[in-house]
Design a protein around this ligand. Structure first.
Ligand code: HAM
Length: 438
């Protein structure tokens, strides 16, 4: 009996995985240029870490976490996001004492029991970045520049940054009261979720997807109109850098994000190709979180990108496809197979990408395989070639054979040189015959 994968948990098959590798490599490269180092975090954490940080009235904590009893009474959860885990590690290892400003990134799977659809899985993958220890607007702006540059480096189609400020512990409580009073006056028109959360989490009113809620709250007051002067100054300073660096963004006053730890700068990046799940990434400032999790009073800001959504919204790009082999070896018979095996082992050691057919197969079937791999050269080794110690080279593009043209004992460098010369002579031939025809 076949056993199927679990709903919402996907395989990344060969071919597609090349895109993932490309995304990871390009991201690591850019993150290095911005001064971030990698942190590797466990996938399982204590449940209370998430309920205390993400907020127990959020969708994630209320209904999406994979939580289980560890058979000793402790409750554990598959991480639904990376920020809380990173802050836990930051506090646990007293990273603040070693480096007061930490710029860290992580890559890996996250788990949320959401309803699966295009761009939404139960196991998904994030590339996340966090800066802990700076509260100035310049670092918010730098994080947004990084986000913008990542979108460019990854060839994301029509990315758009949406920006908001969620205020701080000084100005948000008064705004929450205003919003709660606004919601109370419309309680009868609100969905069950919003009505239930009105007391403890009125901000959720602003991003509820239920049509009746949206209609009922169309003119709801927004945080941007209730910022205190320090938050307003901070927000203006972030925007000034984005303007100077010509990073396009749109103000999104109703965006509140799905996690409760945010304050001040909050943002999402949306892109083409995603349907209704159009956010490829999101993040913001979380100044109270480190302290809330038992650490020093250190501010933080960061974001995470969803890798599955990056793949969906990436423009096709040749570099993201799997690399073809440099050469394909086609041995004919078992003696030839032993020789080519030996040569392949050496050439791979010398840095070449080598694919090899099976000596028991016909030349025709091996050529079909070679064609599929898109190798530019096939080295054919039959009895004659074994006796001569040299392979016949087929230039797949010029469709030309060069009998016994490269020595089987050649090292990698000599082989590359020989192939380059053969390719050039094939080109010359083509140019000559092209000239004669015209
Ligand atoms: P988030 O907005 O919950 O933020 O997730 C960030 C990104 O993860 C989303 O924009 C999306 O691309 C991807 N994502 C989330 N859920 C799913 C899903 N079910 N299927 C596929 N992709 C998904 C956070 O997680 C914060 N920790 C970000 C952050 C870092 N804030 C500050 N620092």
């Amino acid at each position: 009996m076949k056993i199927a994968s679990v709903k919402g948990f996907h395989d990344v098959l060969p071919g597609e995985s090349a895109r993932w590798t490309w995304i990871e490599q390009r991201s690591r490269d850019l993150l290095g240029r911005y001064g971030y180092s990698e942190i590797r975090l466990p996938i399982v954490e204590r449940t209370e870490l998430f309920s205390r940080s993400i907020g127990d009235t959020t969708d994630i904590v209320e209904k999406e976490m994979y939580t289980f009893d560890d058979r000793d009474g402790s409750l554990l959860t598959l991480r639904p996001e990376g920020t809380a885990a990173l802050v836990r590690a930051y506090v646990e290892h007293a990273i603040a004492q070693r480096e007061p400003i930490s710029k860290l990134y992580y890559l890996g799977p996250m788990f949320r029991r959401e309803k699966p659809q295009k761009g939404r899985q139960r196991q998904f993958h994030q590339i996340g970045v966090e800066v802990i220890g700076r509260d100035d607007a310049a670092i918010d702006a730098e994080v947004l520049l990084l986000l913008h540059d990542l979108m460019g480096a990854l060839h994301i189609r029509q990315p758009r940054i949406e920006l908001n400020s969620l205020g701080c512990s000084n100005c948000r409580p008064a705004y929450r009261d205003v919003l709660r009073a606004y919601g109370e006056a419309r309680r009868a028109s609100l969905c069950e979720n919003c009505a239930r959360r009105l007391e403890r989490n009125p901000l959720r009113l602003l991003d509820c997807k239920v049509a009746t809620c949206r209609d009922a709250t169309a003119d709801a007051p927004v945080m941007l109109d209730h910022l205190d002067s320090a938050c307003k100054q901070h927000f203006d300073a972030v925007r000034a850098v984005l303007d100077r660096e010509t990073v396009p963004y749109a103000l999104s006053p109703r965006m509140v994000r799905g996690l409760d730890y945010y304050c001040r700068t909050a943002f999402e990046v949306v892109a083409e190709g995603l349907g209704s799940q159009n956010a490829v990434g999101g993040g913001g400032r979380y100044d109270g979180l480190v302290k809330e999790l038992g650490g020093p009073d250190a501010p933080g800001i960061g974001f995470a990108l969803g890798v599955e959504r990056l793949v969906l919204s990436m423009a096709d790009h040749p570099e993201a496809l799997p690399l073809p082999p440099d050469i394909f070896l086609a041995p004919l018979g078992s003696a030839a197979e032993a020789e080519t095996m030996h040569a392949a082992h050496r050439w791979r050691h010398d840095g070449l990408r080598v694919e090899m057919g099976s000596g028991g197969r016909s030349l025709k079937s091996q050529m079909r395989f070679a064609d599929k791999t898109a190798a530019p050269f096939v080295l054919i080794v039959g009895e004659d070639e074994v006796a001569a110690g040299a392979a016949t080279v087929r230039d797949m593009q010029a469709k030309k054979d060069f009998p016994k043209a490269v020595a089987l004992i050649a090292d990698g460098t000599a082989l590359r040189q020989a192939l380059a010369q053969l390719a050039a002579s094939g080109e010359e031939k083509k140019a000559e015959s092209g000239g004669a025809a015209s």
